[in-house]
Write a protein that binds this ligand. Structure first.
Ligand SMILES: NC(=O)c1ccc[n+]([C@@H]2O[C@H](COP(=O)([O-])OP(=O)(O)OC[C@H]3O[C@@H](n4cnc5c(N)ncnc54)[C@H](OP(=O)(O)O)[C@@H]3O)[C@@H](O)[C@H]2O)c1
Length: 240
């Protein structure tokens, strides 16, 4: 994949940042966003002719579309938009303030960006929207209920957009990226296994974008866990 214009929402750290670096090294132009301007500028400094920076908070849904319009205008267009911005916390105490923050980011912010991308690509005639959901969206979680529920929302929303694109004969590819554990500070689960290095995860995401996959598990072997977890009888799931 070369000479594409790609926006990554949430490229200041973690998977989004690693993916931005791969995309630039493969000869693409990348628009990078996040709230931490200085981290975005650090990335831009490595190859200023390849990166476009726009710092904004996706939970500020009133300003989100204007930021995206401005970024696309400075980039001269966009072919692919990847939503990596997302987060969660273990919240066994069910502190509502914690849940509310997660919902604002993974539901409101996500939806605002996804809707903008769908409408932009539909008006343009083609495009590719990808988002990083999670294996966590398969079943509810007692430790991080808002995280698992909002990731289920994202997967479901992407499915709806894929159906909408098909029905409206819009040439829009929708990719749902479902990681297991990736080695970033975001991976806060008390029990972790098969933790993928960031570069490996980003490389597999790059390949999925290149192949315009509908759904991809990161790393690939998480597909097995996803299958087992999905079909685990309810009475066993309740005991985990
Ligand atoms: N790491 C894992 O094990 C794992 C597993 C499954 C799924 N995921 C998903 O993968 C995605 C990326 O996570 P990561 O592990 O790379 O975590 P990360 O390093 O914390 O990256 C999250 C990115 O999102 C941006 N972001 C967060 N809140 C934002 C906001 N309000 N407005 C704009 N940007 C915001 C952050 O930038 P700023 O802080 O600068 O705003 C950062 O660039 C998330 O959706 C996460 O749920 C991760």
């Amino acid at each position: 994949m070369r000479n594409k214009k790609i926006i990554i929402i949430g490229a200041s750290s973690g998977i989004g940042r690693a993916l931005a670096e791969i995309l630039v090294s493969e000869g693409n132009i990348v628009g990078i966003t996040g709230r931490r301007t200085e981290l975005l500028q650090d990335l831009e400094a490595a190859q200023p002719d390849r990166y476009y920076v726009r710092a904004f908070d996706v939970t500020d849904t009133d300003g989100c579309a204007d930021h995206l319009d401005a970024l696309v205008s400075t980039m001269g267009g966009v072919d692919i938009l990847v939503i990596s911005a997302g987060g969660g916390d273990v919240n066994e105490a069910l502190d509502f303030a914690v849940e509310q923050k997660i919902i604002a980011l993974n539901v409101s912010g996500f939806t605002c960006v996804a809707d903008w991308a769908f409408n932009h690509f539909k008006a343009k005639g083609h495009g590719h929207l990808a988002a990083i959901s999670s294996i966590a969206g398969i079943r509810g979680s007692r430790q991080a209920p808002a995280y698992s529920a909002t990731k289920a929302y994202q997967t479901n929303y992407l499915q709806g957009l894929r159906q909408k694109a098909h029905k409206e004969q819009a040439a829009i590819t929708i990719t749902d990226i479902r990681p297991g554990f990736v080695d970033t500070p975001m991976a806060k689960s008390p029990v972790k296994f098969w933790v993928a290095p960031i570069d490996k995860a980003a490389r597999q995401i790059y390949q999925a974008l290149r192949k315009r996959k509908k759904v991809v598990h990161i790393t690939k072997r998480w597909q097995l866990i996803a299958w087992i977890y999905k079909w685990l009888p309810g009475r066993l799931h309740e005991r985990i």
